[in-house]
Design a protein around this ligand. Structure first.
Ligand code: ASP
Length: 343
């Protein structure tokens, strides 16, 4: 992927300090229907700030900017939240810097097995795939499962077969291979770690990560999607929270659209994405408060690290995390944010 350049980076940095509370300006009467908002993440498995070089930092910010622009372009011209989520995530999946699609981590057998989910908030239609191999953009496969099959969740060879049948792009092992991820696997193997258990204690070694996107479109519809390679050295067949509807991904027009990142087993046990919806719907809490409590209190208390991005029906965005950083970006057309650490 061409991580273009200084102009992108300058653009990203110049907006870097803007507030993440987008969408809170008062709208003129009649303008409400034209509001839109988007947020994306590239995972909470960021490198420690002390290990991040300036050139890597710039490359990440330029990549986040490029993905954000993709979603912004769709939403600003009246496109659907689902399209914005799918296309934005596909860009991040094709980028070897992030742990999803190309650039995904390797499991204990040296294979890339991918998880993804997408959901829309009107009818709560959802599609998900897990442990799928050789499909270039798992997020597109998840959408096809939602729209062209009677099912919600397909896994493994069956999911792949369905994608091929439906004409999705496949990709060879070479496409998915990145030296850095391979070396990460070797380091984990040498330490005798099983990714799913040990990484909770060492979340900032870059050995996990995920990408996700949430959006509100001009029709007032919400959508969410998440895509990941999971955790380095994970057991064959291990499925994280990302494709589990209600754990790592959720959308409901009455409350919010949310995509999570972090140590998946904990997000599944907390049903974290759905829990956010419940606290808003039944607990009458606002997006920022409910999501902050979940990540900064509940997830922390459980002993895990991670974060989420979420947008509500008014275009308010929350992006809490309890890890050292979380690659993230947001926009509502009037204000923009691109950030990695607490900045
Ligand atoms: N949640 C993902 C998983 O456990 C990993 C991540 O977000 O970093 O598979």
């Amino acid at each position: 992927m061409n991580l273009k350049s200084t102009s992108c980076i300058g653009f990203a940095l110049s907006f870097g300090m803007l507030s993440c509370s987008v969408g809170q300006k008062k709208e003129a009467p009649g303008n409400e229907a034209r509001r839109w908002a988007i947020a994306l993440h590239g995972g909470a498995g960021t490198l420690l700030r002390s290990q991040m070089t300036p050139s890597r930092d710039s490359a990440y910010r330029a990549s986040l900017d490029l993905a954000l622009k993709t979603g912004e372009a769709i939403l600003s011209r009246g496109g659907s939240a689902l399209d914005a989520v799918e296309q934005t995530i596909a860009i991040l999946e094709d980028n070897p810097l992030f742990n999803a699609g190309r650039g995904a981590v390797f499991n204990q057998n040296g294979k890339v097995q991918l998880d993804a989910a997408i959901m829309e908030g009107e009818k709560r239609m959802a599609g998900a795939v897990a442990a799928v191999e050789g499909i270039r953009n798992p997020i597109r496969l998840a959408r096809i499962v939602m729209e062209r099959s009677p099912h919600v969740f397909l896994c493994g060879a069956g999911a792949r077969e369905f994608g091929i049948e439906q004409g999705l792009d496949t990709a060879s092992a070479d496409w998915f291979f990145t030296r850095e991820r391979w070396e990460q696997l070797q380091r984990q193997r040498a330490k005798g770690k099983s990714g799913a258990i040990e990484n909770a204690a060492h979340p900032n070694d870059g050995s996990f990560g995920t990408v996700g996107c949430v959006a509100l479109d001009q029709q007032g519809l919400l959508a969410a999607g998440t895509s990941t390679g999971g955790m380095t050295n994970k057991r064959e067949g291990r499925i994280g929270d990302s494709p589990v509807v209600g754990a790592g991904t959720w959308a409901d027009n009455r409350t919010c659209a949310v995509s999570c990142t972090g140590h998946g087993e904990y997000f599944i046990r907390l049903a974290l994405a759905h829990e956010l919806h419940c606290r808003m719907l039944h607990g009458r809490k606002g997006l920022e408060k409910a999501s902050g409590e979940l990540i900064l209190q509940d997830l922390s208390k459980a002993g895990a690290q991670g974060g989420l991005i979420a947008v509500d029906g008014k275009g308010r965005i929350a992006m809490p995390f309890n890890s050292e950083g979380m690659f993230r970006a947001s926009s509502n057309g009037r204000s923009r944010k691109i950030a990695i650490y607490r900045e």
